[in-house]
Structure formats: C-alpha cells, structure tokens
Ligand binder design. Structure first.
Ligand code: FAD
Length: 312
C-alpha cells in the first residue's frame, strides 16, 4: 500500500511535523514517498531523503508552490495520486488547507487529525475537544489523511532515499498570495518547543504576563503559551493561544501558571510529556492532568522557582 506524504517545510528546511507525520504514514502503508513542493525546495528535499523509512523523495519546484495555496497543490497532487493508496499530510495550516480540496476533487472522504493508526483503513481521531476518541474506517479506494503530529513520535534519520524531480502542474490561477504578517521572535516556535511556559487569566494584565512569564521562559529556553482567557483579555498575542481553538502542543515540559484547565485548554496540551501546574485553587481541573501540581500563588511561587533554577 504505497503512501504519499506531503512535506511541511519552511523555505529550505523541513519542518519537524514531517518527521512525525512520517511515523503515521509508515503505519498506514509502505513504501512511503515524500513530496516536497516549493519555490526551490531542494534543501528540504535533501533533509527528507535522510529520514528513516522513506523510499523516494519527489520534488516539485515552482513559484506557485511558495505559499501553500490549495489550488496549485491540488493539481500537483491529483497528477501524482494514481500511484498511491494513501495521501498523508500533517494537520498544519497547509495540510488542512490542501488535503480537503484533494479529497473533494477525488470524491473521497477526508479523514482529519488522526491520533492513531489502527490499520491501513482504520484511524482514531479526537472529537469534542479531545473528550472522546472516534474510530473511523474508510472504504474509499484512497485514504486522504491529516495527522495530529503531537500524537506521533518523529521518525529518526538514517535513510538515503532517491530524490526525483517531478514536473510542476502549473498555476490554475484560482487563487493568489496577497501577503503574510509573521511574528519575529528568537524564542522556540510554540508548535515544536521542548518546553512551554503558559500563562492564564490569573496574570491579570499584559504587563504582569510579560514580567512573570517571559523571564521564566528565557531562563528555561522555552516558548510562551497562553490560555484563551489571557489572549482575549489582551495579556498575550493570539498566536500564543494553546487549546481547541489555538495550537495543539506536546512538549517535553508544559508549565501551566494560573490556568484553570478548562477542557478546551486541555485539548491543546494534555499530551505534553510532563505537566507542571501552579494554581491557588486546589480544586482546579488542571491538577487532574498535572504530573506535578503546586497549590500556591504564582506571584510568589514563580520568583521562588526562578531563584532555585538559577542555583541549578
Ligand atoms: P480561568 O478559568 O479564569 O482560570 C484562572 C485560574 O487561575 C483559576 O483556576 C484560578 O484559581 C487561578 N488563579 C487566580 N489567581 C491566581 C494566582 N495568583 N496564582 C495562581 N493561580 C491563580 N481556552 C483555551 O485556553 N484555549 C482554547 O483554545 C479555547 N478554546 C475555546 C473554544 C470554545 C468553543 C470555548 C467555548 C471556549 C474555549 N476556551 C479555550 C476557553 C475555556 O473554556 C476557558 O474559558 C479558558 O481556558 C480559561 O482560561 P484561564 O484558565 O486562563 O482562566
């Protein structure tokens, strides 16, 4: 059962999401080929070729692939799909943009955000903000699947796949890229950070959020996250929101500071390896998922934590 994996990449580098989606792709069926499409994606293709378990890397170059527009990508994928039984991408903005269009054009079912592969046609996926798991069996001839990468370990390196250029499909002219506004930051990216320090409504103001959360994140080399209440109140920017309507993360360490642990927040972070919560309410639901919980006022506990970390 041949599987085509659409790579996530930033300019010349392969995103971490590809190595994780590859683990799912291999479980769905092999051989696995990776498609790397972009303006000049040769560097990312070379990185893809080194991933373990990849038979071939297909490269499509062209300006029409520079911004993940669904229309040109769909034409490219429809031209390649005949040789494959499954098409896989990560549940990133790009994957979620492209694969449903491919599925619709093929008149097949889109299977979104899988968290487990039970077999070549059977997948598990979270529903109701992660409160229930749905098992989906597809009878379609091809499986069109996006992968919740936080649920899969990254495939290792050690491969030496062949790299093959494929002809670009041209631009159907149905959409055009207008612009993007990116936040410049030296911090690790929230989606792939190993440590995340997250703040909630308890911080009380944007100034306090900055004053308490940022130095701790700096000390730990961590990304900064926030609850929706903190974002809605203007304490933290929108792109820091973790949860059902924010980013889904699974770092090695997640610190939840003054966050109650509403199900919509848990939906975005409960797969974190180690969860540490500081909350002054011992009944806060966050303690039900926390590996380490401290019932304390964060405004005294965080400075103490910083002091101890400085000694370590
Ligand atoms: P609160 O629930 O107000 O909790 C603040 C916590 O801080 C309390 O537990 C309190 O005991 C504690 N506290 C107060 N002062 C201190 C102190 N000094 N020291 C220590 N602890 C203190 N939320 C998300 O986070 N992400 C989402 O993606 C998201 N999506 C949503 C989607 C929908 C459709 C809906 C309806 C809601 C969504 N929400 C989401 C909102 C969610 O339901 C909660 O309202 C939100 O997560 C609460 O944020 P919070 O924990 O910061 O605030």
């Amino acid at each position: 059962m041949a599987t085509l994996l659409l790579a996530d990449h930033h300019e010349d580098h392969l995103g971490d999401a590809t190595a994780k989606a590859l683990t799912a792709a291999k479980q769905i069926g092999s051989p696995v080929h990776i498609l790397v499409a972009g303006r000049a994606p040769q560097g990312a293709a070379a990185e893809a070729a080194k991933l373990d378990g990849v038979e071939k890397v297909l490269v499509a170059s062209g300006e029409q692939y520079a911004h993940g527009l669904a229309e040109p990508f769909t034409d490219l994928l429809l031209g390649l799909i005949d040789g494959y039984d499954a098409l896989v991408a990560s549940s990133s903005t790009t994957g979620k943009n492209i694969l449903p269009r491919v599925a619709a054009k093929l008149d097949m079912m889109q299977i979104s955000d899988i968290s487990k592969v039970e077999g070549p046609d059977t997948f598990e996926r979270p529903v109701y903000a992660g409160n229930a798991l749905q098992t989906v069996r597809s009878t379609d001839a091809k499986k069109i699947v996006t992968v919740r990468t936080a649920a899969f370990a990254a495939a290792g390196e050690g491969g030496s796949a062949a790299i093959e250029e494929v002809s670009a499909a041209g631009d159907p002219g149905l959409s055009s890229f207008v612009g993007e506004a990116l936040t410049e930051s030296d911090r690790p990216e929230l989606g792939s950070a190993k440590i995340i320090v997250s703040g909630g409504r308890a911080l009380g103001s944007a100034e306090k959020f900055k004053e308490v959360i940022e130095p701790l994140a700096d000390q730990l080399g961590a990304a900064i996250g926030a609850s929706r209440a903190a974002v809605d109140a203007g304490y933290a920017p929108n792109d820091q929101q973790v949860g059902q309507t924010g980013k889904v993360v699974a770092p090695q360490l997640y610190l939840a500071l003054g966050i109650s642990g509403a199900i919509q927040h848990l939906a975005g972070m409960k797969d974190s390896k180690v969860i540490v919560a500081i909350n002054k309410d011992e009944e806060a639901p966050i303690f039900q998922v926390a590996d380490y919980g401290l019932v304390a006022d964060l405004f005294t506990a965080v400075p103490e934590l910083k002091e101890e970390l400085a000694k370590a």
